[in-house]
Design a binder for this molecule. Structure first.
Ligand SMILES: [Fe+2]
Length: 243
């Protein structure tokens, strides 16, 4: 057990499913091995999270994962988690990088690693424009797949509330990285996250945990009353979509 278990702040994450994290061992920049994944699962417990959908990177340039590599890592982890009491890890998805490769593949077939058979978690590189993102979102939605944009507060090319609203109008869901609210990615990202939260534009919240330390840090989130109300609304919706 870890000392941080003593200062639990369960209500924020209590009962939630974490829909974005790098829990699967040794296939991206997240968990390096099974032992680390098991530590992370204890970290999820300490936050009150009751189920976890791992979402490894699918990014041709850096982490060229496929449904097979991800399934293999999932099977390795599940062989261990079946022996312990931990959050449910019943399925897996992926965090797809929207780049030229993704767009090219999209012309052939839809990506298969959906969340709950209906959502696709996507990201863009932090400095890229949103042209390909919008293009991909259009095609996904035509195929009844709802894109969830991971950590929208972290992109340099998306700055204003108007731009976030435009993405929502185009059918994107927005997923807050909870770590952003703690300034983990810098003060600018923190400010953007607070603004988007207060505007009520986020649909989902997730840890994007790459290691145990991320989950420990999340023990320290404090929200203002207004932010707390918006967080509550996100929670309500997330509970209807993911169990
Ligand atoms: Fe991620």
């Amino acid at each position: 057990m870890f000392d941080f278990f003593t200062k639990q702040k369960k209500p924020l994450f209590e009962g939630l499913c974490d829909i974005h994290n790098h829990l699967l061992p040794a296939i991206d920049d997240g968990s390096k091995n099974v032992a680390m994944s098991l530590d992370m699962l204890e970290g999820f417990v300490s936050l009150g999270i009751t189920s976890v959908i791992p979402t490894p990177h699918v990014y041709q340039d850096l982490y060229p994962n496929t449904p097979t590599t991800i399934k293999n890592a999932f099977d390795v982890l599940i062989a261990e988690t079946s022996k312990i009491d931990c959050p449910k890890v019943n399925s897996y998805g992926a965090e797809y990088m929207i780049d030229e490769v993704f767009i090219k593949n999209l012309q052939v077939s839809m990506p298969s690693l959906l969340l709950n058979n209906s959502y696709l978690l996507v990201e863009i590189s932090f400095f890229s424009e949103t042209t390909m993102l919008v293009q991909a979102g259009f095609t996904l939605l035509q195929n009844n797949i709802t894109p969830i944009l991971a950590h929208p507060e972290r992109y340099h090319s998306i700055k204003t509330i108007k731009e976030y609203k435009e993405l929502k109008n185009k059918g994107f869901c927005l997923q807050l990285n909870a770590l952003s609210l703690l300034g983990h990615y810098g003060p600018e990202v923190k400010q953007k996250a607070k603004k988007i939260l207060q505007e009520g534009l986020y649909d989902f919240v997730a840890t994007d945990a790459h290691h145990l330390q991320h989950l420990k840090i999340l023990q320290n989130i404090n929200l203002s009353k207004k932010q707390g109300i918006q967080w509550g609304a996100i929670r309500e919706f997330q509970l209807t979509q993911f169990s």
